[in-house]
Structure formats: structure tokens, C-alpha cells
Ligand binder design. Structure first.
Ligand code: HEC
Length: 279
């Protein structure tokens, strides 16, 4: 396993973030991140990045693929999500009335900048917006039914290309907010998302191999062995903030919406591969 070199880390982050000071466009940021990974790990297929840390570990990768084929542990949750999608609300309407009739067209719309509200809409925020608009209670944001439903919706978009749009300056301000979050050091360990998931990606930290941020969002919500259940992307954000002993933000807070917007844009060009197993 590679030893971590601090000088290397510092210079990598400087290179990637100088782009920021020179006002790189989002497309240039994305290209720089993708090139960074394809140069650093030239033998790894850049289209496999949605498989996270497994791409760096051949043995674990094989087991992971077998398990996903033979015993996907999220199957019953996806079935539950499908049932939710097809069950009308008390008023006779359903998710189709808000999100569209064609379930295969839903996942790839989000995260999306909403100009009228000047905010980022996420798949989960729109699921709950649909419920409250129809007189139903909001679902809890991080796990349970919301993950089952967003998991079902995600699986229906498998193979579609991630293509987050940043249509105007106000949207770009949200992108920049997410980018700043991603590169900011925080917590008692004083580490940024980029430290672990760009500079140290592929290296070991305790029992884990660190996943690359390119491809980070393709497969959410995930079933995690540690959770024994499914959870959303914002649940994972909270966990990663706590790992460096920083306070987690609330799921669907502006901070995490901005982060999701930036973070998903960074994976533009990869495929949605909704719902995967992680340990
Ligand atoms: C101290 C190191 C550390 C920091 C800092 C950190 N993470 Fe993580 N993160 C981990 C570890 C360990 C895992 C589990 C192994 C893996 O998949 O990388 C993980 C997993 C993840 C995953 C799941 C990857 C997958 O394949 O499903 C996402 C997404 C993620 N982190 C995002 C973030 C974001 C966003 C930040 C900044 C808010 C962040 N992390 C900060 C250590 C870190």
C-alpha cells in the first residue's frame, strides 16, 4: 500500500485548488479532477469509478461483484420503493403527479438548480415536497422509506449519463459554495473531503481504503453493512463530517445541497448506477 507523502498531498491540492483562485469554470474543475485520477491511477478504467474504493483492491472487488449479482442485500428495499411509487396518496394523487409519469426520467434530473426558489432541488427534497403538497407527512431524510423510494427511482435510471447543469451565475454561486465546502479543512482532525477522497484516495486509513471523489455519488442511496440498512448521500456526508470530529450538518441543509450539487457535477460523464452495497 502506498505511503502517504505530505508534500505530494499539498502539491496536489494546490494544483487542483489553484484552479479555484483563477476562477476555473465548473467544466474545467471537472476535467482537472478526472485527469488527476486517470494520470495517478493510469491502469484503472476511468469508467469504473462509481465502484468506489473497490476499484483499488482486486480481491475485494471480485467479492463485491459476486455479492451484487447473487445476493444484493437491498433487494427488498427496492421492492418496497417500487410499491411506494405505485401506491396513491390519500387524495388519490401520487409521486407521478409531481415527479413525472416515467420513473426512468426522474433520477437524472437531480440535483438541479431551481431559479424561482434560488435553491438546489435534490431527489429526496422533491420526494418530500411532493408528499407535503399532497397532504402527506414528510419522510425522515436519511434512511428508511425515503432511501427505499429514492433507491427504486435510482435503479430505474441505471446506465444513464450524469449531466448536472449549471445554467447561470446564481447556480454557479451554489456550485462554488459546494466546492468551498469540499476543500475546507474542518473538525479536530483538520481535514477536508479532498484530503481523504482526492489526495489520499487509494490509500488505507485504518481498515478502509479511501474511495475517489470522482464517482462518489453515482450509486446512492447505498446499502451499508455498517448501517445494516440503506441510507442517503446526506447521511454519508454526516458520517464523514463526524469522522474528522466536526459537527454534521442537517440532511438537506443548504450546506449539503450545495455540496451535492458540486460533488455530482464532478462525476458528470459517469453513469448513474443506483443502489450499491458498501461496507
Ligand atoms: C478522514 C478521512 C475522511 C474525510 C475527511 C472524509 N471522508 Fe468520506 N469516507 C471516508 C472513509 C474511510 C469512507 C469509507 C471508505 C470509502 O468508501 O472511501 C468514506 C466514504 C465516503 C463516501 C462513500 C463512497 C462510496 O463509494 O459509496 C462518500 C460519498 C464520502 N465519503 C464523501 C465525503 C465528503 C463529501 C467529505 C467531506 C465532507 C468526506 N467524505 C470526508 C473518510 C473520509
Amino acid at each position: 500500500m502506498k505511503k502517504l507523502s505530505l508534500t505530494l498531498v499539498t502539491s496536489v491540492l494546490l494544483t487542483l485548488s489553484t484552479a479555484g483562485t483563477l476562477q476555473a469554470t465548473p467544466a474545467e474543475d471537472q476535467e482537472a479532477l478526472k485527469n488527476y485520477f486517470s494520470k495517478k491511477f493510469s491502469k484503472i478504467d476511468i469508467n469504473s469509478y462509481g465502484d468506489g474504493a473497490y476499484i483499488y483492491r482486486e480481491d475485494a472487488y471480485e467479492q463485491f461483484k459476486l455479492m451484487e449479482e447473487d445476493f444484493p442485500p437491498y433487494e427488498d428495499q427496492i421492492a418496497k420503493g417500487e410499491e411506494m411509487w405505485n401506491t396513491p396518496f390519500a387524495n388519490g394523487k401520487g409521486y407521478q403527479d409531481c415527479l413525472g409519469d416515467d420513473v426512468t426520467k426522474v433520477r437524472a434530473k437531480y440535483p438541479m438548480y431551481d431559479e424561482a426558489k434560488d435553491t438546489i432541488l435534490t431527489l429526496e427534497s422533491e420526494i418530500n415536497a411532493c408528499r407535503t403538497a399532497n397532504g402527506e407527512k414528510k419522510l425522515k431524510w436519511k434512511k428508511g422509506d425515503i432511501a427505499a423510494l429514492s433507491g427504486y427511482i435510482a435503479t430505474q435510471a441505471n446506465g444513464q449519463t450524469i449531466d448536472v447543469k449549471i445554467p447561470n451565475e446564481k447556480a454557479e454561486a451554489w456550485y462554488e459554495k459546494g466546492k468551498t465546502f469540499f476543500y475546507a479543512k474542518r473538525g479536530q482532525l483538520n481535514m477536508s473531503c479532498a484530503d481523504c477522497h482526492v489526495a489520499y484516495a487509494g490509500s488505507r486509513i485504518r481498515a478502509d481504503t479511501l474511495s475517489p471523489s470522482y464517482g462518489h455519488v453515482t450509486h446512492f442511496p447505498v446499502y451499508r453493512a455498517k448501517w445494516g440498512a440503506m441510507g442517503t448521500l446526506h447521511r454519508r456526508y454526516g458520517g464523514c463530517n463526524e469522522q474528522v470530529r466536526a459537527k454534521a450538518f442537517k440532511a438537506q441543509s443548504d450546506e449539503y445541497k450545495a455540496l451535492e450539487y458540486f460533488h455530482t457535477h464532478m462525476s458528470n460523464g459517469l453513469q448513474w448506477s443506483g443502489t450499491a452495497f458498501r461496507k
